[in-house]
Design a protein around this ligand. Structure first.
Ligand code: GTP
Ligand code: SPV
Ligand code: MN
Length: 594
């Protein structure tokens, strides 16, 4: 075959691949009955037109242009302010494939239920077609999707959070495969709201919410629930992890991936600014990602990671010049704020910032009797390119090599500041037995301790038993796996205050990890893992009381025994599919404690 003919063939194939997308758009329009269909190209002109449209209809309010140029406030429906885990389903042909960790519905029932809601729902609205790429557009680790939505707010958020538009469409034409996501804000009625996933079909249907993880389908729905399913089939990992590069004074950079549950510190750790003494010594921190990590073994056996996202959808409250100056710099312009409060001069405001609010997140005159001025799950959406610490390697199509994996949660008692797992199996157990107090990122009670394995309880698109087996399977000949650690920034003293200052000071903990990775320091062996020796951990210049310093590193075998018993019961609740190695590991630790 000569070159001309083969390229004609390729064009034909590309067209027929796009035909699949065209057909799906046409079928969806026939079901939802929009007034217009708009294909999004991701251009500046398109973005400007959408902003103007939303300013006109009141769904975006311009902020003070002197202090926050080209920035906007969106107020969501007050009944629609967080992810809804009780309304999120994984629809697989076998119930067991979704596992006890997911709500399940048979695919046919799921489709029927959703299609009833979608019927005619876009009358009077525009149907937007959003082609997007999760990951650098030229990365072999990246994956594409198309979201159909009737929400212009979703379009402008997806433009910042993903590589959206013409380039993604071109990649879809070449590859032919993409994740299908259908979304409508519907009536925003909590009784007519579902987020459904069909991993076997690589598709998502979301109805009745306009909020973050419920509506920006590239994020939790695609990049975690569907991607975790694909990752298991294809031999990689899709995780709820930040990725950060730590450059030491010798100029060597180690990349660390860390899984903390929602609103437990990923954005803050990813953008950490070193304490002054560390800055002076030459330490630097590079942000690769703040929420999601896709990683797979490279030719050298190490795990290589990309951030599938292109922006940050970060928690606003608590973000301040003290806690996270990098985030504050990111959001000083070209940012969309959701559910924050406003000052008298129309600046965005939340608890943790200086100054006083005039209007609360619902637009009412601020009255402390109504609760916090900003919603506790209020957020900012901003392009990662605006981050002063954005890593030059963040766009590397091959990803960055991971030296350490860190697990952590909100544990007011028992769990020390840091410990290291003995080996990969123990590390998987440490991740699988993670616990944390719930936060405002999802609806429901806040501050309730629950098991949240690998920070994936709300996001793993399949049975946790199979997920743990998949994790264990990465240990094979030739593998150069990262060391695994557990941290706890949220340990509290008898007075209910955090014992550890956190934020920038967390670099001290990362330094110890890197020393361990490089084999420069030893550690103290305990039944539950390796603890730092006092002499190897830098507490210099910290105003820590002697008791706090003692407690943060203390090992309490009796309490750990109770914890291990609980973990054993939790793992057993996943039944027969659970890898015996994990339970053996837990029993082994328990036997040392006894
Ligand atoms: P999602 O975007 O929901 O996945 O959350 P996240 O894990 O990125 O959480 P984020 O970094 O936004 O932190 C959420 C909350 O934890 C904020 O209120 C922070 O102030 C608080 N926080 C973060 N790091 C620390 C820390 O080191 N110590 C303490 N005490 N609080 C922290
Ligand atoms: C989380 O809840 O973990 C988030 C925010 O990162 S959302 O996009 O709403 O899921
Ligand atoms: Mn998250």
């Amino acid at each position: 075959m000569n070159a001309a003919i083969s390229s004609v063939d390729e064009n034909k194939t590309a067209r027929s691949r796009l035909a699949r997308l065209n057909d799906w758009v046409a079928q969806t329009a026939a079901l939802t009955r929009p007034d217009a269909v708009q294909w999004c190209d991701g251009s500046d002109a398109e973005y400007a037109a959408l902003l103007e449209l939303m300013q006109k209809d009141g769904s975006l309010l311009p902020l003070n242009p002197d202090t926050h140029p080209r920035s906007w406030l969106h107020r969501s429906d007050p009944r629609d302010v967080a992810r809804v885990e009780h309304l999120t389903f994984v629809c697989t042909s076998e119930k067991d494939a979704a596992g006890p960790n997911n709500h399940w519905m048979a695919p046919a029932d799921g489709h029927r239920k959703m299609d009833e809601l979608f019927a005619g729902c876009m009358r009077g609205r525009t149907l937007y077609v959003i082609p997007y790429c999760m990951g650098p557009i030229d990365s072999p680790l990246a994956r594409c999707g198309v979201e159909i939505t009737d929400s212009p707010y979703v379009v402008v958020n997806m433009r910042m959070m993903t590589r959206m538009g013409a380039a993604a469409l071109t990649r879809i034409e070449t590859e032919g495969s993409f994740v299908k996501g259908l979304h409508s804000t519907g009536e925003l009625d909590p009784d007519r709201r579902f987020i459904m996933h069909f991993p076997e079909e690589l598709s998502i249907k979301s109805y009745g919410s306009g909020y973050g993880g419920n509506a920006l389908l590239g994020k939790k729905c695609h990049a975690l629930r569907i991607a975790s399913w694909q990752a298991r089939q294809e031999g990689w990992l899709a995780e709820h992890m930040l990725i950060v590069g730590i450059e030491n004074p010798r100029g060597e950079t180690h990349y660390i991936a860390a899984a903390f549950p929602s609103a437990c510190g990923k954005t803050n750790l990813a953008m950490l600014i070193p304490p002054e003494s560390y800055r002076d010594a030459g330490w630097k921190v590079w942000t690769v990602g703040d929420d999601i990590c896709w990683m797979r073994p490279g030719a050298d056996g190490r795990l290589y990671a990309i951030n599938p996202e292109a922006g940050f959808f970060g928690v606003a409250p608590g973000t301040s010049a003290n806690s996270n100056p990098n985030a504050l710099a990111c959001i000083s312009h070209d940012t969309i704020f959701t559910n924050v409060a406003l000052t008298q001069d129309n600046q965005p405001w939340w608890e943790g910032l200086e100054g006083t609010p005039a209007l609360d997140w619902q637009g009412r005159a601020y009255d402390p009797a109504n609760g916090p001025a900003a919603h506790p799950n209020s957020r900012f959406t901003v392009s990662a390119r605006q981050c002063p610490s954005y890593s030059p390697r963040a766009e590397d199509p091959q990803g960055v090599p991971i030296s350490a994996i860190v697990f952590g949660g909100r544990r007011p008692s028992l769990v020390p500041l840091v410990f290291e797992a003995r080996d990969w199996t123990h590390g998987v157990l440490v991740g699988a037995s993670m616990g944390s107090e719930t936060t405002a990122a999802a609806t429901g009670a806040v501050g309730v301790m629950r098991r949240d394995p690998m920070a994936m309880k709300p996001f793993c698109g399949y049975n946790f038993a199979d997920y743990f087996t998949h994790w264990l399977g990465f240990e094979k000949p030739g593998a150069q796996l990262p060391k695994v650690f557990h941290v706890n920034w949220f340990r509290k003293g008898a007075d209910g205050q955090f014992l550890w200052p956190g934020f920038g000071e967390n670099l001290r903990v990362l330094e110890w990890m890197i020393e361990r990775v490089e084999g420069r320091v030893g550690a103290e062996e305990t039944a539950v893992g390796r603890f730092p020796a006092k002499a190897d951990f830098n507490l210099e210049g910290l105003a820590l009381s002697a008791e706090a310093a003692e407690e943060l590193f203390a090992f309490h075998p009796g309490e750990w025994k109770a914890e291990l018993l609980e973990i054993g019961d939790y793992l057993a609740s996943y039944g027969d599919g659970m890898p015996p190695r994990l339970q053996q590991e837990a029993s082994h630790i328990l036997s040392i404690l006894e």
